[in-house]
Design a protein around this ligand. Structure first.
Ligand code: ZN
Length: 267
C-alpha cells in the first residue's frame, strides 16, 4: 500500500521510525513547524529550527528513500509574545523559496486567546501575500469547537485565501461539518490517547465521506504512533472498504491537496 504522511514532527523521532514508515509504504513525509516542548527564547532559535526543517531533516529522511517536506510558522503555543511572533514572521519569507517548503503551518489556536488570534491573522496575511498553502491546528477538547469557529470566521472575513488551499487539522465529530461547509479540507489526527483513534476515524469517514480529507499521525515527542496512518488504512480494509477507496484517503487525497504547491513532487 502507498501512503503519504502529511503531518509528522520527525525532528523528534528516531531513524527506526523512518525505517518503519518507509517499510509500510510511505512515499513522502511532511513536517509542520511545531512547539519544541518548551518556548524558544529568541528569533535565532526559530531561524535554526527552520534551517533544521529545510536543510538537515530532508537529508535524514532521504537515507530511507523518503521525500521530506515542511511547513513554516510560529506555533500558537508560542504566540503570547507578540514581539517575538513579529520577528519570527519577518524571517519566514527568506525560507519560502526553498524547494521543500509547502506553505504556512501549523498555525491556529491553542487556548483561543486574543494574542493567539492576532498572530494567526498575521500568518494568514503572510500566506496571502506570498500565495502559500495553509495548514491549521485546532485546539483540544472543550476549546475545539469555539476555536474552529473563530478560525473559520477569521478566514472568511479575510477573504483573500481560497478555502481549497487551506487544511484544518485535528477535526473531530463535532467540527467536521463546520470545516466542510466552509469549503476547507479536513485533517484527522490519529493518536493513541487523545484526539482520534483509527476506529473513530473510520466511523467519521463512513458518516461524512472522505472527499477533502487526509489522515495523519502528527507523531511528535509525546505519546504518538508514527505508523498511525497505515494502521487506520488496515482498520478500513478490515471493515470491508475497497483497497482503491482506502488508497484515495491515504495517498491520492494528500497528493491532490499538496500538489497545489509546485514544490511538492511525489512519484
Ligand atoms: Zn502537529
Amino acid at each position: 500500500m502507498r501512503y503519504i504522511e502529511p503531518h509528522a514532527h520527525m525532528v523528534s523521532r528516531t531513524t527506526d521510525d523512518y525505517l518503519a514508515m518507509a517499510t509500510a509504504g510511505c512515499q513522502a513525509v511532511c513536517e509542520p513547524a511545531f512547539w519544541a516542548g518548551f518556548d524558544r527564547g529568541s528569533v535565532d532559535g526559530f531561524h535554526d529550527y527552520f534551517r533544521q526543517l529545510t536543510e538537515y531533516e530532508p537529508k535524514r529522511a532521504a537515507k530511507f528513500g523518503l521525500a521530506h517536506y515542511c511547513w513554516l510558522c510560529l506555533n500558537p503555543k508560542e504566540a503570547e509574545d507578540l514581539k517575538l511572533a513579529e520577528e519570527v514572521i519577518a524571517i519566514i519569507p527568506e525560507f519560502l523559496g526553498r524547494p521543500t517548503v509547502l506553505g504556512i503551518g501549523e498555525i491556529g489556536l491553542n487556548k483561543n486567546s486574543r494574542n493567539e488570534l492576532a498572530v494567526f491573522e498575521k500568518h494568514v496575511d503572510l500566506a496571502a501575500r506570498h500565495n502559500q498553502l495553509i495548514l491549521i491546528h485546532t485546539p483540544h477538547l472543550e476549546d475545539k469547537l469555539k476555536g474552529t469557529k473563530l478560525i473559520v470566521d477569521s478566514l472568511k472575513a479575510d477573504g483573500r485565501v481560497a478555502p481549497g488551499r487551506v487544511i484544518i487539522d485535528h477535526v473531530e465529530e463535532h467540527t467536521i461539518q463546520l470545516v466542510l461547509d466552509g469549503g476547507f479540507w479536513e485533517g484527522m489526527t490519529l493518536y493513541p490517547e487523545s484526539k482520534c483513534t483509527a476506529a473513530r476515524a473510520a466511523d467519521m469517514v463512513e458518516m461524512y465521506g472522505g472527499e477533502r480529507l487526509w489522515m495523519n499521525s502528527a507523531c511528535d515527542w509525546g505519546v504518538s504512533v508514527p505508523l498511525a496512518v497505515p494502521r487506520a488504512a488496515l482498520e478500513m480494509r478490515l471493515r470491508g472498504h475497497a483497497p482503491d477507496a482506502v488508497e484515495n484517503l491515504v495517498y491520492r487525497n494528500p497528493l491532490r491537496f499538496l500538489s497545489q504547491s509546485n514544490h511538492f513532487k511525489c512519484d
